[in-house]
Design a protein around this ligand. Sequence first.
Ligand code: XUL
Ligand code: CO
Length: 453
Amino acid sequence: MAVPNPQGERWCSAMAQAFPEVQGRVPYEGPETKNPLAFRHYNADEVIEGKTMRDHLRFSVAYWHTFRGTGRDPFGDATMLRPWDDGSNSLENAKNRVRAAFEFFEKLGVPFYAFHDRDVAPEGESLAETNRNLDAVVEVMKEEQERTGVRLLWGTACLFSHPRFMHGASTSCNADAFAYAAAQVKKALEVTHYLGGEGYVFWGGREGYTTHTNTDLKRENDHLGAFLRMAVDYKKKIGFSGQFYIEPKPKEPTKHQYDSDAAACLAFLQHYGLLGDFKLNLETNHALLAGHTMAHELEVALAYDALGSIDANDGDCMLGWDTDQFPTNIYLTTQIMLAVLRKGGLAPGGLNFDAKVRRESFEPIDLFYAHIGGMDAFARGLKIAAAMRRDRLFEKIIADRYASWDEGIGRQIESGQADFESLERYMLAKGDIAPNASGRQELIENWINDYIR
Ligand code: XUL
Ligand code: CO
């Protein structure tokens, strides 16, 4: 089918290329290149700390932003009329999109992608028809995975767009919405398993509330706990060994999301006996909306061995919503890669670009510029983080700062040999505490800047 293209060409058939401006794979040309379609830092085969960049970074493209994003916002219509997309809800269009997507993944050289069920296939008149639509498109995805070697990082279900989920999905006041969501997740798990997905994400969507005056918070949380338990049971039943993730976000679309931040998710999972079955999928813009930094969320996850995967993006400090921008801030990517290296790698998780090009960047080629920039920013962050670790920068700072816990009274407290009475005896004899040392924050920040080049 021929469809109009904003640049005045015509995208004619499945044989045509969606991205003719890019021939072959985006090359690595090094930091001095001026080629906008080349990597300056992401050199997939370069080895750092004994592992290739490809394996450290495990990049993934988010299908929903890159292949379903239209630039529509509350004030204006779509700006991104893709030449391969006729704008219809037909299965043929959905299949064409998949082919364009895999051409993009392959040319960009990413090993992974991620999707929601409704990103890839249209809703039908009934759940049965919707499932059939999904099966038909999944066959094309499977073929394209086999053709290109690109793998599925994680799958998920969209339990927030359709009006049936206006009150939430598993936390809806309408029990039928819970049942529908369960059926939908069941199918999404089967499809993710079929496609060899390495994980499955539960982001709350509309699992939250706007006003306590009409909401039974405890009952809704119990329902969410029960829903996740059923998902764990079904995962085991079908032999799906992928990792389950919870993705924290404090608000948007609801005013109060139940999975608000890393600490709240961990408390929730512990309360409902699910801690062993889930890890966290942390996203920078969500951390910012929670009033945290990504570094804080990463520290919380690392502290409880719960760092699973990362939705790589950034927010805008001037805007209070989820702008999902491509990450280009080297301080941020360095912090993230420090956490990833400390964890000993992200697998089976990855760095999924849950990021969208700006509404004004409406040309297909902007998708390449955006992902190349994000991949280079993370590759640079990886190299900088590895250099800091080589010099044991933070290790030394932190070891020195906590030295009082390695001996004497500190060691007694940590090893459980102290109580209030023994500590009182100790302090009465000593009179006052040993002098404090400077935190040296400014000096540390200067040292960090020595590495960020
Ligand atoms: C929403 C968000 C989602 C999840 C997957 O803010 O981040 O795209 O990553 O449902
Ligand atoms: Co996300």
